[in-house]
Ligand binder design. Structure first.
Ligand SMILES: Cc1cc2nc3c(=O)[nH]c(=O)nc-3n(C[C@H](O)[C@H](O)[C@H](O)COP(=O)(O)OP(=O)(O)OC[C@H]3O[C@@H](n4cnc5c(N)ncnc54)[C@H](O)[C@@H]3O)c2cc1C
Length: 389
């Protein structure tokens, strides 16, 4: 019996499990294969929808579906807290049981480092969990006017596009409600999504100007004083009436506690071989979650996690079926975002492997902005969750 173990029931875990199950379905196998997914939450969440919950345009129930639905594809789903990975013995230790494997695909997201800066955990609101989004929805409904500051403590953070989608949407919504609201983005990012080339900053800055959104560039967050509602950074001090915060990314606990995962250049991430998403020393272990996107040269978002997980799943299937190794990852990644309250933005990143640097190189550009793109985004969100219902 070959055992494929998947850790995490989020974007990467779901994509890997479905890809493997669909590919092996009805195949005549020399040896039976067991696919097990271990996750610590009975639900799969489609996290981009949390912002819609915060805005009151989606219900909490619409953002999630039971991950056990994967059982209809023949995947064994276990809800357990993974604690440690023993690479040498091919064993994952969970809180309730232990799990051995022949192949392991790890997609555990990122840990939210709310304790990384004094005051950050206590101050303000966020929509990086469903509970957080529901609290932010209540805070926005109560908000009578004043200064909303969206704070990015550090980069890279989960979903580089989110702060820009959020501030442009909020500024336009409040303008339509005729409330006196100043929206400010406080961030260390010098230009909006500037790491992806000149096209994104140009497009975002046009919207910032149209909506009168202020940008404050900080050179390192120091602390937040929730009582006085003040954010202090190395170069600036800003006051807020309503604070919306983005979590600093940290290595998920099971990887932080285990030997052989930390990326030496930056301990927030898990090391990986960029071309194949394999563990640096263990061929049977794939790291396809957001925790490994920076070492691979990719962005910290669901899209590359999706493609990395699909690639790893195809690789495992081709080894089991004895076929040729599959080709590299899909070379075009399209993202769609909210562009203010009434429009959407579509962007493309073309991927190319830089042999000298040993990392993926991204060639990104904005494909367009239009209300139709917003509809595409909404349709994609709904279809994703519907696949588990
Ligand atoms: C508000 C918001 C907007 C976003 N918008 C976009 C967007 O527009 N486009 C985009 O591409 N991305 C977007 N993202 C980012 C995207 O959701 C993530 O990049 C993606 O989900 C990462 O996939 P993952 O599988 O690595 O982690 P996750 O999807 O977070 O899944 C991690 C899984 O691991 C499980 N887990 C964690 N710890 C343990 C443990 N110890 N034991 C067992 N299981 C564990 C969790 O329960 C979860 O099921 C957004 C995110 C947010 C919050």
């Amino acid at each position: 019996m070959k055992r494929i173990l998947i850790l995490g029931g989020g974007t990467g875990g779901l994509v890997a499990a479905k890809t493997i199950a669909e590919k092996l379905h009805k195949k005549q196998l020399e040896e039976p294969v067991e696919v097990t997914l271990v996750t610590n939450d009975p639900n799969h969440y489609f996290q981009p929808l949390f912002f819609d919950v915060a805005l009151g345009t989606a219900e909490p129930e619409e953002t999630k579906a039971p991950i056990a639905a994967l059982q209809r594809y023949g995947v064994r789903v276990v809800v357990d807290e993974a604690q440690r990975i023993d690479l040498a013995n091919r064993l994952v230790q969970g809180a309730r049981s232990s799990y051995s494997y022949d192949y392991l695909i790890v997609s555990l997201g990122v840990k939210y480092g709310w304790d990384a800066y004094p005051g950050l955990a206590e101050a303000g609101y966020h929509n990086y969990t469903l509970e957080g989004a529901m609290q932010l929805a209540r805070a926005l409904a109560r908000f009578k006017g004043g200064r909303i500051v969206l704070l990015v403590p550090e980069t890279p953070h989960r979903c580089g596009m989110y702060p820009h989608e959020a501030v442009t949407t909020l500024a336009e919504l409040f303008a339509n409600r005729e409330r006196k609201v100043q929206v400010t983005l406080m961030t260390p990012e010098k230009s909006p999504m500037g790491s992806l080339g000149p096209d994104f900053p140009k497009t975002w800055l046009a919207k910032y100007e149209e909506l009168g959104i202020e940008r404050v560039i900080h050179n390192g967050l120091q602390e937040i004083d929730p009582k006085r509602r003040v954010i202090r950074a190395g170069n600036v001090e800003e006051r807020y009436d309503l604070l919306i915060k983005v979590p600093p990314s940290r290595l998920p606990e099971p990887l932080a506690r285990s030997e052989g995962f930390r990326y030496k250049q930056d301990p927030r991430w898990a090391d990986v071989r960029p071309r194949t998403f394999r563990h640096p020393s263990y061929d049977e272990v794939y790291l396809t979650g957001e925790h490994s996107m920076v070492p691979a040269g990719l962005v910290t978002a669901g899209i590359p996690v999706h493609f990395a997980s699909e690639y790893a799943a195809n690789q495992v299937v081709s080894e089991i079926l004895g076929g040729y190794p599959v080709a590299g990852i899909t070379k075009v990644m399209t993202c769609v975002g909210y562009y203010g309250a009434g429009s959407g933005l579509a962007g493309n990143c073309e991927l190319d492997f830089d042999r000298e640097k040993g990392k993926w190189r991204l060639g990104c550009y904005v494909a367009g902005t239009s209300p139709i793109i917003r509809l595409m985004k909404e349709a994609f969100y709904k279809a994703w969750i519907a696949s588990l219902k």
